[in-house]
Structure formats: C-alpha cells, structure tokens
Write a protein of this length. Sequence first.
Length: 315
Amino acid sequence: MTGTIRTVLGDIAPEALGHAQCHEHIFLEKGPSFLLNPALRMDDYALSLAELKAYKAAGGSAIVDAQPGECGRMPERLVRASRESSVYIITVTGFHKSEFYTAGAFALTAAEDALVARFIAEIEEGVPCKGGPCYAGAVKAAMDEGGINRDSSYRRRFEAAAEAARMTGAPVIIHTEKGADAMEALRFFMDRDIAAQRLIFCHLDRTRYDAAFHVEILSAGAYLCYDSVNRLKYISHAQELALIQAVIAKGYPAQLLLSLDTTNQRLRAYGADMGLDYILCEFKPMLLENGISEEECAMMMTGNAARALSMRAVS
Ligand SMILES: [Zn+2]
C-alpha cells in the first residue's frame, strides 16, 4: 500500500488505521448549521469524548470528521479527543455547501489562488489550532443541487479543491445532494489529474438510490461511502442491505465504505438511541445474516478505508 494517512495528530501507516468510518461528525460548533438544523451541534467535549471511547471499546479505530473550516470544525477538540480516546481522527480542508457559512466567509469570497493556498496549508502545516498542530488529511468538496457550475463561488471552490488535491496527494471526499450529478464531479476531478481511486463519494445511498448508477461510478475506480446506515427516515435497513448486496454482486466490495454521518440525534452520549459504534455492534450482524461475508465486512470497514484515505505521491 502506498502513502500514509494524515490524521489530525500526524501521519500513520495505512495498515495501522483499523476499523474506520469515513463520514462522521463528532464535534460541530454552534453556527449556521445549527440554525438550519438543531441536530447539527455537538460541542460538549465530555459527551463527544465518551462517544469516541465507546467506539474504541467496540473495536472502532478511526473516523473522518467531515466538517471543514468556517462551518463548525473544532480543531482543538479534535486533537485533544483523539489523544484522550486513542481514536485516529482525520479532519478535512476544502468546503461545504454555501448555506453552512456566514455571509462574507473566506470560503465564499476568496479568489481561487487564495483558496488553494489555504487548503494546501491546512494539509501540510495544519489548520489554525491552539495547542496544535492539527493536520487536515482530506479535501472535502460539497456538491449542491445544480452541481459544480451552480454559481461562480462553487466553481471556484471546486477548482481550488482539485488543485489542492493535485498538489498534496490528499484524497477527496465529495458530498452529494439530490439533484447533483455525481458523474459530473467524477469527470471534473479526473479531467484535473485526480484519479478516481482518490475520490470518495458520500451519501449516494440516500441522494440517489440506484445501484446501476452506483456501479457506473464504481467502474471508474472511485469509492462510495454508504453513510446513511440506520438513517431510517431516508433509507430502511432492507434497502441499505439490498444496495450493498447488489453492488457486491457486481464485483465492487473493495470500493464500498460504511459510515453513519452522525448528528447529535444519532449519538448515544447526546441522548440518542444509537452511537458511533452502531455499525460494529448492530449493523455488522445484519450484514452477516444477509449473506455478506466476514471478509467483505472487513473490506468495507477496514481495508478499503486504508486505501481510500491514503495520501498519494505527488509527481
Ligand atoms: Zn456529513
């Protein structure tokens, strides 16, 4: 396996990653996201730490905290909680949907060059963090309805994300939305020398429930993160399992990732009826009962993430 994985605390060997969930939220500052949805706030250090410790006790080893800067990322807490829980945390640079920023935010207004410089610095030198460093290990790029060309700000942010990924070798984590064409993002990054194997498409299990479409993305070499596990308002267990079975049957168990995309409504420590350990404790038995093998579970929960999150050598 090539490269290393860049956690908030520094680089680790991919073999050390262990069970990983590639789209989670463990800390989220009160801000514009909270105003849109009160579930989008997890800023109690003790509660989030308890959740990470329970995850570790259940066999969890790593998470991606998928909130970029200026829209709720909490670097000091990520660093401290990673140290105190021994869970590897990967944080992201890049950008989210415009609605998650306050007006005038750097991400919305900065020129492309300035965005590129910011994204690269967050990966190579770390994100601003008291008591840091806190390195970013992936570039997030969020597609809204209307896609990359929705407006000039999105276009600029996508170009900057691609350039930062190209310059650093970091993987790209792509938020998809209903009405946004994942294929457009696949082509966009591939046209800019980012191999499909470096792309992780999130949320397609809820934004476009269509195994044939998923297979098209997978056949290019990209990873799909099914991160709506137990989000029953979006997708039932039967549907999630059917999707996984269908994609595995087409030959792609080595490109699937499983995650929960947690909010405070989906973390036991914050009062919910499930925790970050749900995949390990509840969903894995369902996978096994539904004909998914131990080996395929290990791929989806461990080996695939180790490859997908690796930094590539830059030529
Ligand atoms: Zn998310």
